[in-house]
Design a protein around this ligand. Structure first.
Ligand SMILES: Nc1ncnc2c1ncn2[C@@H]1O[C@H](COP(=O)(O)OP(=O)(O)OP(=O)(O)O)[C@@H](O)[C@H]1O
Ligand SMILES: O=C(O)c1ccc[n+]([C@@H]2O[C@H](COP(=O)([O-])O)[C@@H](O)[C@H]2O)c1
Length: 205
């Protein structure tokens, strides 16, 4: 598996945040998280990894082309790149994705980004400890999930690796394991709410 045509460019030393997600559909909460991550973690770019399908979700998302189109409409920012790299690589488990990207982009300082809800369940992901050893992790507050994230099995297991809130800007350059939690003005948007409201096509059966 190697770097391919159409993949985003990144120079060694660049700090790049990776926001994996179902984006079914993308919404203003994702855009808010991305802008905040650029500022709070001192990132040069954020790449959205629009997932072929969350390994823990039983029903598949809407077709990739539809989700990519919506993502591009929601997030039009010079430093945010919308990608379907996991589909190209044929992977959907994050540990495998991160392994591949680190190998394909030597010298690039990646940070895995996620909302607090995902930090709360990280211990159920494949090779989740490896994720924390592969790159620093930046977690962004989400309504209702702050406490669950900060008391989660992953947070407890990696308690000593938590970076203070005053030093999050250099997160990408920290030795691993390192993770940071940032409290932002919370955004209530969720893809579930949009699907339930009928504003987004139902999943394929
Ligand atoms: N409003 C939000 N605030 C902070 N983080 C968010 C927000 N919405 C989504 N995220 C984060 O963005 C990433 C991708 O989210 P995802 O595509 O699953 O959207 P979602 O709204 O959580 O979807 P669903 O409701 O289907 O679970 C996840 O890490 C998630 O925690
Ligand atoms: O690797 C795993 O086992 C794993 C389990 C659950 C979720 N993830 C990833 O977490 C990201 C957020 O997923 P979602 O569905 O909450 O948007 C997305 O990139 C998923 O592939 C990964």
């Amino acid at each position: 598996m190697g770097w391919g045509p159409g993949w985003p460019m990144a120079r060694p030393g660049m700090a790049v945040g990776l926001l994996g997600g179902s984006f079914d559909p993308a919404h203003a909460g994702h855009a808010h998280l991305s802008r905040a991550a650029l500022a709070r973690f001192g990132l040069d770019a954020v790449w959205w990894l629009v997932s072929p399908g969350n390994p823990l979700k039983s029903s598949g998302p809407a077709p990739m082309a539809q989700r990519m189109e919506r993502a591009r409409a929601v997030m039009d920012h010079p430093r945010v790149v919308i990608t379907d790299l996991e589909a190209h690589m044929g992977v959907r488990h994050t540990a495998r994705t991160l392994r591949a990207l680190v190998a394909c982009y030597p010298g690039v300082r990646f940070v895995w980004l996620m909302g607090a809800d995902n930090m709360a369940t990280l211990h159920r992901w494949e090779d989740w400890q490896e994720i924390l050893h592969t790159m620093p992790v930046g977690v962004v507050a989400r309504p209702g999930d702050r406490l669950a994230a900060l008391t989660s099995p992953a947070a407890r297991a990696f308690h000593a690796a938590r970076v203070g809130s005053d030093t999050t800007r250099g997160l990408a350059h920290r030795p691993t394991p390192a993770w940071a939690f940032v409290n932002l003005p919370l955004r209530p948007e969720s893809s579930t709410a949009l699907r339930e409201s009928g504003a987004w096509p139902q999943n394929d059966p």
